[in-house]
Write a protein that binds this ligand. Structure first.
Ligand SMILES: N[C@@H](CCC(=O)N[C@@H](CS)C(=O)NCC(=O)O)C(=O)O
Length: 216
């Protein structure tokens, strides 16, 4: 049994970007079937959900042996059971873990500072000045990542791993923010990852749920 908790519906701006997509993508890469547990936006703050996700967010995931939250933790758990997302050797697995954390810790906060300001706070008086600084900080991280990607198709060279899944998911949040144009190698890397059939199946599954639950 594998079950992913996701939202039944979110406003259009978030559709295709809700983080259960990462979990669905990992499961698709690993060819592991799963069921969906879809909750409303109201349910996220109810006790039953908070008992499983203390921050009132999705995704939440469970399988026969574990119940966990945080997309990175979930993707790593799935990766541990599938050589589609992690190599078999200890050293290679450690590198994948490093990249999952790098995506979530060293890149995503800088991406979020820009995207959340430009999407949710664009009208605030402080936003224009803040976003200039946030973009500068983001460019520092992206420039380093672009250097790393030189001569590499994926983060660790020739093969796709859970690290790429997470990094591409983070970079994808910049699609609507004219940032990746500065880094053709990163844009190409992201496109290489999201061109994978497993990503398409995951995205379709998330969007299908939203289409079936449009509020009256
Ligand atoms: N660090 C968490 C973040 C999860 C997250 O941001 N979830 C969003 C949807 S993409 C959410 O449920 N937001 C509702 C809220 O924060 O109240 C993870 O990676 O799982």
């Amino acid at each position: 049994m594998r079950e992913v908790t996701a939202y039944a519906w979110v406003p259009e701006v978030a559709q295709g970007f809700v983080k259960d997509l990462r979990v669905r993508w990992a499961l698709e890469e690993a060819s592991l079937p799963y069921t969906e547990r879809l909750i409303s936006l109201e349910e996220k703050t109810q006790a039953a959900h908070l008992a499983r996700q203390p921050f009132a967010q999705v995704p939440v995931y469970r399988d026969d042996d574990a119940d966990l939250f945080e997309s990175g933790a979930i993707v790593l758990r799935i990766a541990e059971t599938s050589d589609a997302l992690m190599p078999a050797d200890v050293a290679g697995r450690a590198r994948v873990t490093s990249w999952v954390f790098a995506a979530l810790n060293s890149v995503e906060p800088f991406v979020s500072n820009v995207t959340s300001t430009e999407i949710f706070f664009a009208g605030e008086a402080w936003a224009p000045g803040y976003v200039v600084k946030a973009r500068e900080m983001l460019h520092l991280r992206l420039a380093r990542l672009a250097d790393w990607m030189q001569g590499r198709d994926f983060l660790e060279g020739g093969r796709f791993t859970a690290g790429d899944l997470m990094m591409a998911s983070v970079l994808r949040d910049l699609e609507r923010h004219d940032v990746l144009e500065t880094y053709p190698a990163l844009a190409a890397y992201g496109a290489r990852c999201t061109a994978r059939p497993a990503f398409k199946r995951a995205l379709d599954a998330q969007l299908k749920a939203f289409a079936a639950h449009v509020p009256a």
